[in-house]
Write a protein that binds this ligand. Structure first.
Ligand code: GLP
Length: 241
């Protein structure tokens, strides 16, 4: 595991964007695994700047996102579909049919999870998977649990995640209680993993994920078993290390 400590959010974003753009330059038809949340917003901004400066070409790239809230239509400004359009897709030359997320509007959870898992498997899994991390160590929406769930599944969000994510919604009641998420097995099949963390509220998760026992109680701890992981964390996120 390669751990890079940086000064702050800005530096984290620059470094992460450099790694992602390096991946695209090395393999123009890369499958990028993408994440949502406030942490990757700066990284996406830097990638858009690189594209606008003529230094990056997404025309052969395909993307798979980690997760989506169950029940939110694509047009909802809280859906992860909408987030990805706003923060990255509509600003770069990624072909319209080259980005994939779980379909939050499919009410049949078993069918949707099976469909998405097969889709990602058929693509050969991500060449590079970008991850944020939840305060409780969740990745995607793989919440702390008794067992690691391998494949794409429907999850009930924990109160800690609802509390953390309610800032994006009008009220706590509007936060969906369920989501479709890649499993830890789907994530672990990515060839490379890049995980980014910023801020003191991630310090517990960073310490327990990368410097503690591997346990489904801290889902990101499974990444210790992956052969190619880079963690970029700022000073505050490393403060409990
Ligand atoms: C959500 C997403 C995760 C993300 C996490 C942290 O729960 N499903 O993929 O890593 O939030 O979000 P933030 O970056 O806003 O702290």
């Amino acid at each position: 595991m390669n751990i890079i400590e940086v000064k702050n959010y800005e530096e984290m974003s620059v470094k992460a964007a450099e790694i992602i753009s390096g991946q695209i330059k090395e393999k123009p038809d890369s499958i990028l695994g993408l994440a949502t949340g406030s942490t990757p917003v700066g990284t996406y901004k830097k990638l858009v700047e690189m594209y606008q400066a003529g230094n990056l070409d997404f025309s052969k790239v395909r993307t798979v996102n980690l997760d989506e809230y169950r029940g939110l239509p694509k047009e909802s400004d809280q859906s992860y579909y909408y987030f990805m359009q706003e923060n990255l897709f509509k600003h770069v030359n990624l072909p319209k049919d080259a980005s994939f997320l779980p379909d939050g509007t499919n009410p049949d959870a078993a069918e949707e999870c099976k469909r998405y898992e097969h889709l990602v498997a058929d693509m050969g899994y991500a060449d590079l998977q970008l991850l944020g991390i939840g305060r409780n160590g969740h990745i995607g929406f793989n919440e702390p649990a008794d067992v690691f769930k391998a494949e794409t599944h429907c999850v009930r969000l924990t109160q800690s995640t609802i509390d953390a994510n309610k800032r994006f919604f009008a009220s706590e009641d509007d936060v969906p209680r369920e989501a479709y998420t890649m499993g830890v097995g789907t994530i672990m099949k990515a060839k490379k993993i890049l995980i980014i963390a910023s801020g003191g509220d991630k310090a517990w998760a960073v310490k327990n994920s990368f410097y503690g026992p591997i346990t489904p109680r801290v889902p990101a701890s499974i990444l210790q078993l992956h052969p190619n992981v880079t963690v970029i964390a700022d000073k505050d996120a490393m403060s409990e290390w």
